[in-house]
Design a protein around this ligand. Structure first.
Ligand SMILES: Nc1ncnc2c1ncn2[C@@H]1O[C@H](COP(=O)(O)OP(=O)(O)OP(=O)(O)O)[C@@H](O)[C@H]1O
Ligand SMILES: [Mg+2]
Length: 364
């Protein structure tokens, strides 16, 4: 199987190519932090935070995506802004369905209602969780739904020739999950999925601020600190960041200058868990595949791998060259989108995928 490049095509070519090539079908990277929608023949058309703001009494949706995200921690009592996914799986079925409906409706042009859908799910999801994703997508208007595993999609999106009999390691660190997978011949040979991702890093940072600076900060502030000065490995030039929050004792707004060394210290525990999953997976990898990985290096995908110095840390721990995929935030959606062209083949391999899923380990 060969995958073409992610080249946006115009409406004319959409008509010419017809629906057999997956044109007009939709691929969705339904992530804990971000949802990306790829339309066959066009490319990524939606990339928004996975947040829904709704009325707590009537259930009416007020906003979805970026607009809803701005409301987190700032809503009146009757509105709540929620992330319907936790650790890569659906935590609130109804809200997820509403969100999918909104995103699908946004890209659907009435002429081709009820598209076929590929939804990307973490490789560690259980069958019940898989069914929840499928049902939410069908309820949101899809005609058929196929799931694709996140590491496979990431590899396809990164242009890795996944069909070769060559072992490769992909590590995807998202908002709520990290996945370590060894792939070969288009499938997952072994994988480990843990419920630690970017949000756990933010939480660890919040915890640190309370303990070391008696400052209570919200989740968005914690993430902002991580993006501004967070790192996994010593920086050539360490940085500082002014953090505003509420002082635990006085209860008043307060500001502290936070050093990047402190942030690194605060992120140490979640990073350790991810590193352990990588080294343990390497230890369990059959020797031929392990030597392929040593030769080709480890590939990092997902927003969490954009943390400064992360590739360097992984490289130091494993002694294997490690690189962050250039399109770390979008490769899963692009890979799922490119897989639309092979929809029926993917459908045929669904059983094999389920069998594989039962072989993979999930650590909580
Ligand atoms: N430059 C950066 N440095 C550190 N972390 C980052 C950076 N950019 C994004 N992130 C983090 O990446 C995470 C989101 O990544 P991504 O969009 O890949 O997750 P997701 O696919 O929605 O989640 P999952 O795959 O777990 O369901 C967030 O926690 C965000 O804080
Ligand atoms: Mg993801």
């Amino acid at each position: 199987m060969r995958f073409g490049r992610d080249r946006p095509r115009g409406a004319t070519s959409r008509r010419r190519l017809g629906s057999t090539l997956g044109v007009n079908d939709i691929a969705i990277d339904l992530g804990t932090a971000n949802t990306l929608v790829y339309v066959g023949g066009e490319g990524i058309v939606v990339a928004e935070p996975s947040v829904v703001a709704m009325d707590t009494e009537s259930g009416e949706v007020h906003a979805v995506g970026a607009e809803a995200e701005r409301m987190i921690g700032r809503t009146p009592a009757t509105i709540s802004a929620v992330r319907p996914l936790r650790h890569g799986v659906i935590a609130d079925f109804e809200v997820t369905e509403q969100m999918l409906r909104y995103f699908i409706a946004r890209v659907l042009d009435r002429r081709w209602a009820h598209p076929r859908l590929i939804v990307c799910a973490p490789s560690g999801v259980t069958e019940v969780e898989q069914r929840a994703v499928e049902h939410a997508a069908l309820a949101a208007g899809a005609r058929r739904v196929q799931l694709i595993e996140e590491p496979i999609a990431a590899a396809i999106g990164a242009g890795v020739p996944i069909e070769e009999p060559v072992g490769r390691m992909i590590v995807d660190i998202g908002g709520g999950t990290s996945e370590v997978a060894v792939i070969s011949l288009g499938g997952i040979v072994l994988s480990r999925s843990l419920r630690v991702g970017g949000y756990e890093m933010d939480e660890a940072l919040g915890h640190y601020m309370r303990g070391a600076h008696q400052l209570v900060i919200g989740s968005r502030t914690a993430e902002a600190i991580k993006l501004a000065i967070g790192s996994a490995h010593p920086l050539a030039e360490e940085m500082t960041f002014a953090v505003r929050g509420r002082h635990i004792i006085s209860g008043l707004p307060s500001e502290v200058q936070l050093h990047s060394e402190e942030v690194r210290e605060a992120l140490r525990a979640p990073l350790r868990e991810i590193l352990l999953a990588i080294t343990e997976t390497l230890e369990q990898t059959p020797p031929e595949l392990a030597s392929d990985i040593a030769r080709h290096g480890i590939l990092l995908a997902g927003g969490g791998t954009l943390l400064r110095g992360l590739a360097k840390l992984v490289e130091e721990e494993t002694a294997i060259a490690t690189n962050v995929i250039e399109t770390a935030l979008t490769c899963v959606a692009v890979g799922s989108g490119l897989a639309l062209e092979h929809y029926d083949r993917l459908a045929g391999s669904a059983t094999a995928k389920r069998a594989r899923a039962s072989r993979s380990t999930t650590t909580t």
